[in-house]
Design a protein around this ligand. Sequence first.
Ligand SMILES: [Zn+2]
Ligand SMILES: [Zn+2]
Length: 169
Amino acid sequence: MIIQVSELQDEGLDLSGVHQFASPYADPSWRLDEVRLHLERDGVDVVVNGDIAATVPQTCGRCLEAFPASVRAVVDLRLAPRPTSHSNVELAADDLDVDFYADDQLDLNGLIETETTLALPMKPLCRDECRGLCPVCGGNRNSERCSCDARPVDPRLAVLKDWAGRSRD
Ligand SMILES: [Zn+2]
Ligand SMILES: [Zn+2]
């Protein structure tokens, strides 16, 4: 969805509901579940607030299974007109959440895609208590019980063992 910035009214614009955004994601396996955005002009800038909920396929970092991750993004953005190559615009350090729009147009699909991408988990886990793969046989310990002895050695015991081995010499 493209918004013409000059057509934004003083009271701002509220957009909610996924039906407003047919397919904001380039990847068809990404699904927009919920979206609520409020746009308001501030001088030549546009301030965008709201939240986005989406389901994005991810690979679990422990068991390596694909799973649909629920992603929630809180949107708090300021969009300024893109500076021309000749003008000098210096952004203050606290203006990191400033993005740009060009030609009076604000591409909300692009905004939704960017914000969703930024909200993706750094270390996706299919579930908090995912038991991961057995380091010995590689089996998925969520679904199969192997009989491997994969108990990690208690580091305190390892020190003792080391000490015992040395004192025997
Ligand atoms: Zn997992
Ligand atoms: Zn095993």
